[in-house]
Design a protein around this ligand. Structure first.
Ligand code: BG6
Length: 510
């Protein structure tokens, strides 16, 4: 190797993004404060932000840079992801805060807001030796996406290589998603549009791709011949909190299933892509969405369960029901829980139910994927077969990041041969003694690097809506089933599996 060649980075080393102006619309909002700023601070701590990168928050608040920096400092101080990653040295925090700017801009009454943004972006700091990128992150309700893009264009700010990041949910049905995509697409080409689904940024989700496509042993058994069913659960202990305004119009189906859960289903069910390439991976995912058997009318009612949390106690304290949360105004038929049975109608998966489930105010917070294998054809050991086969692969996305293969082994001893469950486990944190980045860290770095592999393409989002819309239509005029907080959701979710003699796997760590 010539002496001047750059050193090969160690495996897993994070890349440093090109110098970028990251403009966050909704810069004082919940997402920016709870997720984006903490993630960016952690990128700073790891030395992944170029020295001249700036973070420009745009919001209606009439505050200046100093006040915004104060707000940001308070927000990151007690952020769980930041705390988990250990102390942030004071100089790192100062360097990060110095990158922050705030531009007051009310879209309805912009005053000189756009000019101020233009002028700030026009004063690019000294370069770090690479081409300067610009990213607009729209952390605002989706009905504003098209309008902000049009305004950016009108002010000459959408030129060149600038990119736009769209937060989910993208619209509330296929029609609105298309309208939004058209409006954004009139300004930013598909290559410059990054639709975020933060589940794709989670370490274990990416590991799922590695597990499936970097290893040979799973592929032969990854089909309906060996697999009985797949269960995907994203359970949360929290209620809707202060997000009632947004959530009541969305519900669990639009908030979690249409995006996060269907994306996980795609990664489990997709065919091996020809390369780990932005289009190859997304092409395969979209084929899975296209293969989902439609659920309409009575079929949709039969194969789904929806619930809404009732008042009760959770974690030993009284909690309000969904309709008693701050901002609620009495009756609402919005679901806070969904369970459903989906079928991927293709050669690989015909006859394998994919059970999806998500809910708020459940017993514990965890997300996991369970791939349940079939029973042995002919049990020969005493007691074998009672309670079903233990062979399942459990991919835990959070709070732990583990991959566990459940098997049976012989209990040591000279007496009667007894079988005992003995899981093989890979704990990512124990195995690799490096901190797992938060999903937003990874995705923000990918946007700055211009890598859309882990972002949703337009056709993916629209195909997902095409499948989800008829289910939501079928629910019209029905009420969600109440469920007690701190439990496993409504009875209907259990009935959904019981009709074929199956049960939900209630989490390995229970
Ligand atoms: C968001 C939803 O996309 O995901 C929230 O809007 C939900 O309602 C959150 O709480 C869950 O994310 P995570 O990473 O905590 O599982």
């Amino acid at each position: 190797m010539p002496a001047s060649a750059p050193a090969t980075p160690p495996p897993g080393a994070a890349r440093t993004a090109a110098p970028t102006d990251l403009v966050v619309f909704g810069g004082t909002g919940d997402l920016a404060m709870r997720k984006l700023l903490p993630a960016l601070l952690l990128c700073e701590k790891d030395g992944r932000l170029a020295p001249s990168t700036r973070i420009v928050a745009v919001s209606r608040d009439g505050i200046g840079d100093a006040d915004y920096r104060g707000k940001a400092e308070a927000a990151v101080a007690d952020n769980p992801s930041v705390l988990r990653a250990g102390a942030v040295p004071e100089p790192v925090l100062r360097r990060f805060l110095d990158r922050l700017h705030h531009v007051p801009l009310d879209l309805d009454e912009p005053g000189d807001g756009w000019e101020r943004l233009e002028s700030l972006l026009g004063q690019a700091p000294a370069q770090d030796g690479a081409e300067r990128g610009r990213v607009y992150y729209l952390a605002v309700p989706p009905m504003l996406f098209g309008r902000i893009c049009a305004d950016l264009q009108a002010h000459g700010l959408a030129e060149g290589a600038s990119r736009v990041v769209l937060e989910k949910p993208l619209g509330r049905d296929l029609r609105s998603a298309r309208e939004i995509n058209d409006a954004v697409g009139a300004v930013f080409s598909e290559r410059r549009t990054f639709r975020i689904d933060h589940y794709l940024g989670k370490e274990t989700v990416q590991n799922l791709l590695a597990l499936r496509f970097a290893n040979m042993f799973l592929e032969p058994v990854w089909n309906s011949r060996w697999i009985d069913n797949v269960q995907i659960t994203a359970a949360e202990t929290v209620g809707v909190g202060t997000r009632h305004g947004y959530y009541d119009r969305a519900g669990a189906m639009r908030d979690m299933v249409q995006n996060h859960l269907l994306q996980l289903l795609c990664l489990i069910a997709m065919e091996p892509p020809a390369s780990f390439d932005r289009e190859a991976v997304r092409d395969e995912k979209v084929k899975v969405l296209q293969s989902l058997a439609p659920l309409t009318g009575q079929d949709a009612l039969r194969d789904t369960a929806r619930g809404q949390y009732a008042p009760g106690t959770a974690g030993g304290r009284p909690v309000p029901g969904y309709t008693g949360e701050p901002g609620a105004d009495g009756a609402s038929s919005t679901e806070t829980f969904v369970a459903l049975e989906a079928s991927v109608a293709n050669w690989r998966w015909a006859g394998v139910p994919f059970y999806l489930r998500t809910g708020k105010r459940m017993a514990r917070r965890y997300s996991e994927i369970v791939v349940q294998f079939r029973d042995v054809p002919h049990p020969i050991f005493p007691g074998q077969g009672a309670g079903g086969t233990p062979n399942r692969l459990v991919i835990r996305l959070q709070p732990e990041e583990t991959i566990r293969l459940h098997m049976l082994a012989k209990e040591p001893g000279a007496g009667e041969l007894r079988l005992r469950p003995a899981p093989l486990e890979l704990s990512l944190s124990d195995r690799f003694a490096v901190r797992s980045p938060d999903a937003y860290e990874r995705l923000l770095m990918d946007v700055m690097a211009g890598d859309p592999t882990l972002f949703m393409r337009r056709d993916e989002v629209e195909t997902a809506w095409r499948w989800v819309d008829p289910i939501i239509d079928a629910w019209q005029g029905t009420d969600p089933e109440p469920y007690a907080p701190g439990g496993t959701g409504p009875q209907g979710a259990h009935d959904l599996l019981a009709r074929t003699g199956r049960t939900w796997h209630e989490g390995d760590m229970t």
